[in-house]
Design a protein around this ligand. Sequence first.
Ligand code: ADP
Ligand code: MG
Length: 654
Amino acid sequence: RNSKLKQLQIQRMQLPIYLHKNELMEVIEDSKSLVIVGETGCGKTTQIPQYIDEDNLTRPGKIAITQPRRVAAISVATRVAQEYGLDMTVGGHVGYSVRFEDVTSPKTKIKFLTDGMLLREALKDRLLCDYRVVILDEAHERTIHTDVLFGIVKEAQLIREVKKLPRLKIIVMSATMDVDHFANYFNCQVVYLEGRTYPLNIRYTTHAQEDYQTACIYTFFRIHQVTPPEDAVLIFLTGQEEVEHCAHQIRLLAKEVDGPPVKVCPLYASQTGLQQMNVFNGTPTGTRKVVISTNIAETSITIPGIKFVIDSGMVKVRTFCPSTGLEVLKVQRVSQEQAIQRAGRAGRDSEGFVLRLYTNEQFKRMRPSSIPEIQRANLNSVALQMFALGVRMSDFDFMDSPPKNAINAAFVQLKLLGAIDSVSESITLTELGKKMVKFPLDPRFSKILIMADQFGCLKEAITVVALMSSDSILLNPPSKKEQVQEAREKFRSPYGDHLTLLNIYRAYENLKKDTEKNWCQEHFLNTRNLLYVKEVRTQLTEICKSNGQKRSSCGGHLDQLRKCLLAGLFMNFAEIHGDTTLRREKQYLTLDKGQAALIHPSSVLYGIQPAYLLFTEVVRTSKCYLRNLTIVEGEWLNEVAPEYAASRNFKFNN
Ligand code: ADP
Ligand code: MG
């Protein structure tokens, strides 16, 4: 253990940031607020909290460091706990807190949390008095929670000063240079940390690529066949499915071509820390490492030894469209800023090469920087939290304000859900709204849980909501489609995906502990995600209890559950479109805004054409798809959401 610690200490001293430690600490000491910019990997996230902690060990108050991604919060906290030494385990002096998981103790002084969790803490104490320093990290990602926190910490700092309470120091950290916006907002100085730089050779394709996934694989093998295997390759794709698919193809093809062996490391947000650690590990001499990643490797995680970057130029983005009322997962072009960050992952240790699978013209047409999430996301959840804080979105000191129509849409939705009440100018949370805020969930899911009392199906509702709040428990290896279908056939519900997932979870719940692993393997289920669902269930059950809800179960009467789901998701109601009888694949229209969409091929309802259904998610590729579905009866809408049905002119006819 001692030698490991020594080794870690040596590594710490080799980080570029170490050279600037003293100056940096002086500026931090002297500033109320500060923006720190530095290349990904230079040591901001892991070192700065430790420097501040070492400097003032005796001062009361904790240091909070926010991360937009849950997995970054966990892995960075784990790393820092190791560097900190003593017992080397996370949860002591160094801890973390993410949704559904709190690994801290009264001893914790350095606390990594997701930005969403710090915002939840602000609901309890708007002045964040637990902390003497708040570090908003990865600020360039501009997540909705970070953007709201900007305003919250700025206000907390001011009020603490006025009330003569212990001061709050604010540090904003970013990997991109364009930080004037932050500095203006906080009216503060910027510190630029130099990193090591080596030349980067950037190449574009001469023609636009239609199929970027195949282009990635092709480009990889071109590199693989002519360069020494010590040079690691990093490929950027958009999502878990694409990453796994590409990994599978490369593994297959690598066996067929002449060349050194290949170690393929997929990397995406829903992996465990342990799986991700794989990318930090070296490979045997003579073996090539290829990391295939979503945009998580852009700035959140640093991988040593990358010589080549292959950039598909695409990214998956969640976007809310106020005019259709839908939140859509869409694959689109990255911004120039993102492309530059991706390129910067190559050549950290020596000259690097970047292969952009788009033309120089296409690059020039990309938007310079990404749109902040607050300007493109559904604001329901955050608006509810802000109402709970007693602030109105329209009066809040945003760095960049969300669009008016999105604020309005959130307002309308929260009102339809019964979470807020407005009498002339003043808006208040209803009793229902107060209960809803306690859940770390989209208000529609919170509503499902609260309504479950009426339908006597709390147990089942919690399971479905927990399943919808975690990454998919279904594994779908592309080469085993038929086996998968056969193995899971017995769980299939004629009523759709939610009930099918419920059937799986019910079977899982009744297993003996030592049979879980095999059972999951046999049915192509993700053990880790199931375990996570179980943890989420426990926490949601606690919150329901604290809201005074009584246990209930509908057993085999699953109509009750379907109605209950509709009671929260009534805005996600879709009807079959009557005019397309000739088409094989029938279109649906969302009742809310009449958006046309198809049933997603992954749904158990694919190929079945119920008259009415509710959906959980919309995915847009070349077409618009509805995913995670349950069949509902038209008349139920009048029953569970009469006002809404009336407002949409919905008339059920047999
Ligand atoms: P920054 O926040 O500036 O991007 P970090 O503080 O996250 O940089 O990382 C600094 C260095 O620490 C990285 O370059 C990497 O080499 C190392 N590092 C960070 N996390 C881990 C980890 N979980 N395992 C191994 N090395 C890590
Ligand atoms: Mg960092």
